[in-house]
Every structure is written in C-alpha cells, then in structure tokens.
Design a protein around this ligand. Structure first.
Ligand SMILES: Nc1ncnc2c1ncn2[C@@H]1O[C@H](COP(=O)(O)OP(=O)(O)OP(=O)(O)O)[C@@H](O)[C@H]1O
Length: 333
C-alpha cells in the first residue's frame, strides 16, 4: 500500500540555513531606539549538511537542543528553503515541487498538530483525504488498517482537543500515513508519552517500515527510541554533522566503558582501582564504570576479589544514552 514502486533515495548535499534574528532590547531607552533601528544577529542553524538515506532505512537524527534537527526536517519536507546546498528526495527538490512532492511524504511534528482541534478525528481524516485527493478505495483501506493497528476505534469520533497527548499522537501518526507516503519524517513523535504509549508508537513505526517499506527519519531525545528503531544514527551539533553510521559502530567506537554491578559481603574502604570510576558504593553493593582502554574487566574482578568477598557480579555494556552524553561532551556541543 505505501511503497509506490521503484526505488528512491534521500540526498542532502551541503545544506546550509541561517536565520536573521532581531536582538531583543531591554530598558525603555533601548526599546524606543529599537522602534527605529533594529539590530540583528545571524543564527547558523545548519552548516554544510550532507548525507544520504537508502530506501527502507530507519535513521535516527539526533543532537542536543538547538542542534538543527527540526530545521533539517523542515528543509526535507519543503517547509523551509535552505540558503545553499541541494536536497533531492525521490527525485524531487522538496521546496520547489511542493504540491506533488508532499503526496509522497508524511510528516509528524510532536510539538504541533496537523489535525483540526475542534472537530472529530474522523472529520480531520476526511479533510486530509480531500487535500491529498486520495482515491476512496485507498483511503478506506488505509483508514481501516491504521484504526486497527493504532487502536483508534474509540478515538475516531472524539474532537482532537479532548484527546490525551498519547491518544492524539497516535491519531497524528495515522493522519500522516493516510495518503500512503513512502517517506515518513517524525520529529519527536514520543515526546511526553507514557512508557506504554511510547512502546505502541515504536512498534507501529517498526511495522510500517517492515511491512510497507516506509523509510523513516526520526528525531528524538529518547535514546530508547533510537535503540528500538534506528539502524543508523546521524548526529548533529551546532548545525554541523558529527557522526553518521551504524548504531553498533557508534557503540564499538565510543562505548569502551563497561558497567559492573558488584554485590559483596561487606566493604569497609572505598574502591580505588585504576581505570575504574565508582558510580555508587554502599556497604554491600557498588556500581562501577570500567574503562576497557585502561584496564581489563578480568583484572578489575581479580582486584575486587582481593578486597571483598564477592556474592554476585554483572557486567553490562555502557547504555547508549551515556555514550551520547559522552559524545556531546567530547564534541563540546
Ligand atoms: N524560525 C526561526 N527563526 C530564528 N531562529 C530559528 C528558527 N528556527 C530555528 N532557529 C534556530 O536555529 C537553531 C536550530 O534550531 P532547531 O529547531 O532546528 O533545533 P533542534 O535540533 O530541532 O532543537 P530541539 O531539540 O530543541 O527541538 C536554534 O538555534 C534555533 O534557535
């Protein structure tokens, strides 16, 4: 239903985008001066961003606040025109051929609604059917499938303003897929959702990607979203691309620490072991971060054994969340 035959590719080449922002004045004198003369600063939201995405990929587009993620999504969905650089998505230049282009993409901005606030969800869907000129048969099949898989049965006749955030988000995602797009841009689709709703949204994204071949570009601050969904991550900071690669490679390259949780009979002194950071320590349990570039896990275990009577021990990889925080620190973003 969703894949329109043939292959497509997303390609951004040297995209830059700046915003001219008026400086805010404080004080009466400055405010009066600002009526006649406004000072401006330039915000460089995107600097020379290039990447490409193959059909069927789920790509996590990540970075701290203000990094330029939403700006990139807006450029890719044709809402913003970049200052320079090229962008080709399924053969279209998004901001040039908007009317025909948007029939091929779905966009969800977690912070903004594309549904009409005061009318039932079903009416919004009908309006979207008219806007996108979706053939009746295709529309019905899509609505039936989306209502079933996103469990919208009890929501569809409710006005949007009466829905909870999680309920509305499920309807937003359905709305973005009514016209069978091949590419889906999701800008923080799980923001503010409870754990159960997050899982429902993640599962649905996985399903449309696997079963319908929809290519998904996802921005999120939730690393669990990334771990659950993304094959590849693109990391940006201060408008520049910093990493573009498989999640596994990111983990291999930067996730050199292991988390060790040790239970023991009793420890009287704090652990001071080379290459080990003590994250927490009580009289019977410690959580340690082992830098495997400085020491081996086996060495740490043997040192610990000489210090305490170990009862239990578990070793985990460094959570992706921490790797990302470490990267933000390394890149000073
Ligand atoms: N319309 C605009 N006018 C002026 N500045 C803007 C505009 N849109 C974005 N910016 C600026 O561009 C930079 C990138 O913003 P963007 O919204 O793309 O970041 P983001 O990575 O999506 O951040 P967040 O995670 O906080 O949503 C920021 O410094 C922001 O203030």
């Amino acid at each position: 239903m969703f894949l329109k035959g043939g292959t497509f590719l997303i390609k951004l080449e040297g995209i830059s985008k700046s915003f001219k922002v008026a400086k805010r004045s404080t004080g009466l004198a400055n405010s009066l001066k600002a009526l006649f003369y406004r000072e401006h600063t330039i915000v460089h939201a995107l600097n020379d961003i290039s990447f490409s995405i193959e059909p069927g990929e789920i790509v996590g587009y990540i970075g701290p606040n203000g990094a330029g993620k939403s700006t990139t999504i807006k450029v890719m969905s044709g809402i913003l025109v970049p200052d320079s650089g090229g962008c080709t998505i399924m053969g279209y230049t998004p901001w040039k051929e908007r009317v025909s282009y948007v029939k091929n993409i779905g966009v969800v901005f977690g912070q903004r609604s594309q549904l009409w606030w005061d009318v039932p969800v079903a009416d919004s869907f009908e309006l979207l059917r008219d806007i996108y000129k979706i053939p009746q048969q295709e529309y019905k099949a899509n609505v039936d499938l989306l209502v079933e898989t996103l469990e919208l049965q009890s929501l569809i006749s409710t006005p949007v303003r009466q829905l909870s955030l999680g309920q509305r988000m499920r309807c937003e995602i359905a709305a973005s897929l009514l016209h069978s797009p091949s590419v889906l841009f999701l800008d923080e689709p799980t923001i503010g959702l409870d754990a159960l709703s997050k899982i429902a949204v993640r599962n649905f994204i996985k399903t449309i990607n696997k079963e319908k071949g929809v290519t998904v570009i996802l921005t999120t601050h939730d690393m669990n979203d990334i771990e659950a969904l993304a094959d590849r991550v693109i990391l940006i900071g201060k408008g520049s691309l910093l990493y573009n690669g498989k999640l596994n490679e990111l983990r291999k390259k930067f996730g050199t620490n292991k988390m060790m949780t040790v239970d023991y009979r009793e420890a009287s002194q704090p652990f001071d072991i080379y290459g080990v950071t003590v994250l927490s320590q009580t009289s019977d349990r410690a959580v340690l971060s082992v830098d495997t570039e400085k020491t081996m896990v086996s060495e740490v275990i043997s040192t610990l054994s000489s210090m305490v009577e170990i009862v239990d021990l578990s070793i985990d990889s460094q959570p992706i969340e921490e790797i990302i925080i470490q990267l933000y620190k390394e890149y000073q973003i």
